[in-house]
Design a protein around this ligand. Structure first.
Ligand code: SF4
Length: 63
């Protein structure tokens, strides 16, 4: 699974980082960046939770 954050939509709420700090990090400019090319299987559930809980709907996943 791959995950992307649209930096133009992300409002830096940090929900994703709280759910999965192994995959998301907050950039100095106030938006989240993805740290991995492929989401490790053990973090897929947390990443899907982040997709559902991101207040800005800025996170997308693809298989
Ligand atoms: S939860 Fe959404 S809005 Fe908040 S930092 Fe993550 S991607 Fe950005």
């Amino acid at each position: 699974m791959k995950v992307t954050v649209d930096a133009n939509i992300c409002a830096g709420f940090g929900v994703c980082l709280g759910l999965c700090p192994e995959v998301f990090e907050l950039h100095d400019d106030g938006y989240a960046v993805v740290l991995v090319g492929e989401v490790p299987e053990e973090h897929e559930e947390a990443v899907r939770a982040a997709v559902g809980q991101c207040p800005a709907n800025a996170i997308s996943v693809s298989d």
